[in-house]
Design a protein around this ligand. Structure first.
Ligand code: JB3
Length: 220
């Protein structure tokens, strides 16, 4: 594998990814891409060397790997847009898994996924492209996590849970076994989810209830 990688987005999420990348991977040249105003700044001694407009040039220069380090809380459009940009240019997009995470050999991971410190992914689970499985999260057996979902720190998905694409699950939520959370929904921090949640919902509490439907709101 080529030993140069670009991290796209140089904020808080980038710090977490970078920390895992430095300790667990063999990239010798790690650089960051952010906005014009942040050019030259450093994160963990890695420099912001360009903007999104420089990606093609940097690919031709020899950075063949890239990873999206802009995070998301309920809106994955920027992460998706940047991901498409990387694919179009031809970057290899690895998954970055912290060395302390435990991932079953019988779990299936797509590309561009981040798995943070002490996260656990158990047997039979499938994690979609671009998902974030953040620090200390437990994904129990046979779960499905859709593309670009963000499972925030300390969350527990019991067995057979389905999280559809673009969903945000707030920190320390617990999702009961066999529950399905519909695409583009947001589940609040610390919620205890006992029933299925339809797409485009904002739901929170213990027990978790739907407080807002994004789709209905758009119509009014
Ligand atoms: O909850 C946790 C544990 N982590 C959060 C993470 C998932 O999401 C974290 O607490 C943050 O709330 C959030 O982290 P993120 O996305 O790194 O946010 P922030 O710290 O605001 O940094 C975003 C960075 O992306 C900034 O440096 C922006 O300048 C940069 N940025 C914004 N738009 C961009 C673009 N960079 C590029 N390359 N392209 C853009 O279009």
């Amino acid at each position: 594998m080529n030993n140069r990688i670009l991290l796209i987005g140089g904020g808080g999420h980038c710090k977490s990814v970078l920390d895992s990348l430095i300790t667990s991977f063999n990239f010798t040249d790690i650089a960051i891409i952010d906005t014009k105003e942040n050019l030259g700044k450093e994160i963990l001694n890695r420099k912001i060397i360009g903007t999104d407009d420089d990606l093609e040039k940097l690919f031709n220069y020899g950075y063949k790997n890239a990873f999206i380090t802009v995070g998301s809380i309920g809106d994955t459009r920027l992460r998706r847009k940047l991901f498409e940009m990387l694919k179009k240019i031809g970057f290899n997009i690895p998954s970055i898994i912290d060395s302390s995470a435990i991932v079953s050999e019988n779990a299936k991971l797509d590309r561009g996924i981040f798995i943070g410190k002490n996260a656990v992914i158990n047997i039979g689970s499938v994690i979609g492209e671009g998902a974030i499985i953040n620090t200390g999260t437990i994904i129990e057996h046979d779960c499905i996590v859709g593309e670009f979902a963000h499972i925030a720190p300390g969350t527990v998905l019991c067995g057979d849970v389905v999280i559809e694409e673009n969903v945000h699950i707030g920190a320390r939520a617990v999702i009961k076994q066999q529950i399905r959370i519909g695409n583009d929904s947001i589940i609040g921090m610390g919620s205890v989810v006992l029933n299925d949640i339809p797409p485009n919902s904002i739901a929170y509490g213990n027990p978790c209830t739907i407080n807002w439907n994004k789709a209905k709101r758009k119509e009014t």
